[in-house]
Design a protein around this ligand. Sequence first.
Ligand SMILES: [Zn+2]
Length: 275
Amino acid sequence: MVAVPEGDTIHRLARRLDGALAGRVLARGRLDVPAHATADLAGYRVQGTATHGKHLLTRLSREGEELTLHTHLRMDGEWALLHPGRTLPRRVQPDVRALLVTDEGRTAAALRMPVVELLRTADEHEVVGHLGPDLLHGGFDAAEAVRRLAADPQRPLVAALLDQRVMAGLGNLWANELCYLSGVSPWTPVGEVDARRVVARAARALRYSAASPAGYQVTTGDTRPGRSHWVTGMAGEPCRRCGTTVQVVAEVPGDPGRRRTWWCPHCQPGPGPDR
Ligand SMILES: [Zn+2]
């Protein structure tokens, strides 16, 4: 199973970036993407990295000028962090899309990063303004998330949970597990579920996963390897709760990421994938 980063993954990554970069001045900083090939970030102080859903917003300032380095990992991107004195292996040099080196000599390298943009911090809304409320933000607007979730009552629950414009932060793992925990099939129309309960459960689960080292992406409460999920990655295996064989389909209809959807037909009654 390919592990695609989810909001909790990105939140934890931002804390690691802060540990390496926040408060430091950049000795070197370059972006290996055509739009920003001439940008020189030397001399900027890293204020910190904020997140909105799966978007990373690394804020920089120098003499009153405030810039944001916007990155998004999508399926394959990575932020690599190196201790002082360490350099990137030669084989990954062609993968570098952004390279930040602090005055302490620590290196942060964005590898294979599909989204690397430099913008004014005041313009961050241009890259994250379309997103729904962030489940991990302190001021998470649950009522707005419920409103957005319920806005299209015919939509399959799994598709609505994955839609970052509804609420930001859930990826495929959490969308699948939340359908299981809600006791309905992934294709159940949103109008047939208690949107308030789904949003509350999503916020609780993602926050716990982001904050608890042992609980990271554990949905069953069982941290043993291979036992941490109810249905995700469990195709062909017996459901932990009822023993019915867990099913999988190759994609969520209309999903460009062609993600897979897992479910237990017994624990999750409702429409099948061909609805
Ligand atoms: Zn079951």
